[in-house]
Design a protein around this ligand. Structure first.
Ligand SMILES: *Cc1c(COP(=O)(O)O)cnc(C)c1O
Length: 329
């Protein structure tokens, strides 16, 4: 891993903290810990910082001077890419799915503060977004720039390595703290984060179950994407490693009405974590993943002496974009 290109962007290592008050409040038996990847830096923090270290290193290596990426209006990936671009002296163009809102809030407010150029694509289909990114790249090339397109979520094989690294960092922390890690829970969107974790766990600690709680796509679709990314990331490291989709653990039972639409259990998790641990979850990703983990525990899927780590993947700015809902909690 030391041989692949990387730029330093994230504040690492992130802390691993015990959630004893949550455990007590919920009368839970397994020990619960939280990996604070909401504290990675890059205009607040989140999981994209680790991925960008590897994906933007490739952009720099190719001589890029402007990075183009995409996401929803409240994309954390877009905000963090905009911040990383500034730190690396690159320009940034964001192609965001959705209508331009009358009031900029949350991540979108930060995108504009960071000086990213924003284009809105009303269509909800991925093809329109791809085409718009290609069009922007062609325009920039014609103007003498060197654009680099980063796919949605930064979930490329290189980007996934950020989370192979994170797994090793976490494993080191659990060893140091004398913990016998059995389960990892995380929100899964475009799959790169889980792919990196699965890759490293295969190599370093195959007994650990890496459970992705999907926030948008079906479990089957995510398993296929993740398996493909694991293979791609392994090849990027010159390793022979394939996993089949059936070996990947994804639960799609906590999506609710759809991506970005809060669920009742998710909102309850936001309230619970704030009031027991002083930790902020977000309405799009981590609240649904936390609701999923707590439900797994409630249903007895973990044993008394299991040790679960929840990876806090960030997303806090989105809280402010849904302030009407959050204020009700
Ligand atoms: C992007 C994101 C995720 C999902 O990560 P993927 O690698 O896309 O699966 C989870 N949580 C937050 C807060 C995110 O911004």
């Amino acid at each position: 891993m030391g041989k692949v290109p990387r730029v330093r962007l994230a504040h690492l290592p992130t802390p691993l903290e015990e959630m004893s008050r949550l455990k007590e409040a919920m009368k839970i038996e397994p020990d619960l810990y939280i990996k604070r990847d909401d504290n990675t830096g890059l205009a607040t923090g989140g999981n994209k910082a680790r991925k960008l270290e590897f994906s933007l290193a490739l952009a720099l290596r190719q001589g890029a001077d402007v990075v183009i990426t995409t996401g929803g209006i409240q994309s954390n990936h877009a905000r963090m890419t905009a911040a990383a671009a500034r730190k690396l002296g690159l320009e940034c163009v964001l192609v965001l799915r959705g209508e331009e809102p009358s009031c900029k809030q949350g991540n979108l407010l930060l995108d504009s503060l960071l000086g990213a150029r924003i284009r809105y694509v009303a269509a909800e289909d991925a093809d329109a977004v791809e085409q718009e990114m290609e069009r922007v790249a062609m325009e920039l090339s014609a103007a003498g720039k060197k654009p680099y397109i980063l796919p949605v979520g930064g979930s490329t094989p290189a980007g996934a390595l950020g989370y192979a690294n994170a797994f090793l960092e976490l494993l080191g922390q659990t060893v140091e703290m004398g913990l016998n890690l059995t389960h990892l829970f995380l929100a899964c969107g475009s799959g790169g984060t889980q792919a990196g974790l699965v890759l490293a766990s295969r190599l370093a600690a195959p007994q650990v179950k890496v459970v992705g709680i999907s926030v948008s796509r079906s479990a089957q679709e995510m398993k296929e994407r993740i398996a493909e990314l694991v293979g791609g990331a392994a090849r990027y490291l010159d390793l022979e490693l394939e996993v089949s989709p059936e070996e990947i653990l994804v639960d799609d039972g906590y999506i609710g009405e759809g991506y970005g639409i809060p669920t009742e259990e998710g909102l309850e998790a936001i309230r619970l974590l704030a009031r027991t641990e002083g930790i902020l979850l977000d309405p799009v990703y981590t609240s649904k993943a936390m609701a999923g983990m707590l439900d797994w525990i409630k249903k007895g899927k973990l044993k008394r002496d299991d040790v679960a780590v929840f990876i806090h993947t960030g997303g806090v700015p989105a809280l402010f974009a849904q302030s009407d809902t959050i204020a009700q909690l």
